[in-house]
Unconditional design. Sequence first.
Length: 260
Amino acid sequence: MIEINNVTKYFRVGFFGIKKNAVSNLSLAIDKGKVTGFFGPNGAGKSTTIKMIVGLIKPSSGNIKINGYSSLDYKARNKLGFLPENPAFSRGLKGIDIIKYYSKILNIKNHKDDTERVLNLTGIYYARNTQIHKYSKGMTQRLALAVSLLGDPEILVFDEPLSGLDPIGRKEFKDIILHLKEKEKTIFFSSHILADSKELCDKIAVLVNGKLLKNNSLSSLENEADKFYEKIDKNVNLEYKNPLENYLYSLMMNNNNNNK
């Protein structure tokens, strides 16, 4: 479904334009009909990877294919929905105006039915006639999610979809993702919040300093976590109660420190 092959992305920084890798030789396959969580600390390269997948930026080397098409080909995005990390809309417009606008851009047939479907699914139908500048962070996030679901795409790419939401908003957003999972959508989402891993994911990829550390099924990582948990001193104060969260946290911290 999505294939990332030996992808590197560098940016030039500083006065002398020194190359700095944001992503280094990344290879990753995102399975059809599964939820893949993309975890790592802030600055790991998660958002850069997602921007390359959806065609917003080009890889410096390597390639990304979606349903056999290059990520730079518009055909790759025909069945793809994207939720950016910090969605923003024209503040003077109403929520329904935004949905109608993107429906026309996407040339969606029966756009009226589809508009009601996505607004109801994301729980923002009640605010459809409210101007955007009156939306809270969670409402804006829901509206952006509704936009990403227009046309009922097979592939959904979410960049930090739960970032900045209150506990109730996070719970409701997770329920939406689980509903989409039941419909066998291919979902790839990034997060630095480890609690999201066990609840949502079939597979977990861990990125630190632009390098892939893990890319395993949830069950495989849980087995590794149990073995890790058996070896540690039980008197040590752990960061998390869940063994999987502690294992992933330790993995990210150790590799992050080793690369400083």
